[in-house]
Ligand binder design. Structure first.
Ligand code: CDP
Ligand code: MG
Length: 166
């Protein structure tokens, strides 16, 4: 048993279907800890980087439009989980990629669908391995958005433009 991290995304279809509560409740059965959470408007850059391993797939463009929220709402809820065997525990509850083949009582089996355009609208994303989790969490969260520093950090002095409230 090893402490791992796992990125969970409640995808735009999950938000539109009001599944946030159900999904978080179901995942709480794992007794893992949420160490970060935020609503994100997914840019094309973030979407393409997140799904870079699928770049050659014929469904890639549709997938990018899906995760950017073009078919539902332009929001995703990003959650960072931490605990023993986090990826395996979460992936089991999430279910198989294809919602038609996923266990009926898994999240994807219950709530996912295959669209007529051939995309698996499967409601949630979950990192496949601790290595992928690290790559994904560093992509979706800044260090100060997670409650404990789960990966090594460095302090840098930078001059940047930042958005403030008027
Ligand atoms: O999300 P998961 O790790 O289970 O599967 P993936 O192979 O990393 O694919 C990422 C996402 O692409 C899936 O969750 C589906 O939304 C979508 N996908 C699809 O629409 N059609 C496929 N044949 C495979 C994946
Ligand atoms: Mg994957």
């Amino acid at each position: 048993m090893k402490v791992e991290q796992c990125l969970v995304l409640i995808k735009p279809d999950g938000l539109v279907k009001s599944l946030t509560g159900d999904i978080i409740s179901k995942l709480s059965e794992t007794q893992l800890v949420i160490v970060g959470a935020k609503i994100v408007q997914v840019t094309r850059e973030l979407a393409e980087e997140h799904y870079q391993h699928l770049r050659e797939e014929k469904f890639f463009d549709e997938l990018i439009r899906y995760i950017m929220g073009e078919f539902h709402t332009k929001r995703v809820l990003a959650l960072a989980y931490q605990g023993e065997d986090a990826t395996a525990k979460i992936r089991k509850i999430v279910g198989a990629t294809n919602p038609e083949l996923a266990e009926p009582i898994s999240i994807r089996g219950k709530y996912g669908r295959v669209t007529t355009r051939g995309v698996f609208e499967n409601v949630v994303h979950a990192s496949e391995s601790p290595k992928e989790a690290e790559r994904e969490l560093k992509l979706w969260f800044r260090p100060d958005e997670l409650v404990n520093t789960i990966f090594p950090t460095q302090l840098k002095k930078v001059a940047i433009e930042k958005l403030f409230w008027k």
